[in-house]
Design a binder for this molecule. Structure first.
Ligand SMILES: [Zn+2]
Length: 64
């Protein structure tokens, strides 16, 4: 069974037309996600995760 995660950011549309967002699991761990390039990376803190999101969405041209 997949771990429960909650989306804690806006879901942004990327340059490639995919979607990027930040998730948090029940333990409070943050994950940076992008459906375009397949990003699924741990994030240390919300401010840096939000910065990644705002920079990644306009820069990611991949679409799966
Ligand atoms: Zn991406």
């Amino acid at each position: 069974m997949e771990e429960y995660r909650e989306i804690v950011s806006d879901v942004l549309t990327t340059a490639g037309g995919a979607q990027a967002w930040i998730e948090m699991n029940l333990s409070g761990y943050l994950t940076k996600r992008c459906s375009g390039c397949g990003a699924d990376e741990d994030a240390e803190a919300l401010p840096s995760a939000m910065q990644w999101l705002s920079e990644h969405a306009p820069a990611c041209a991949e679409r799966q």
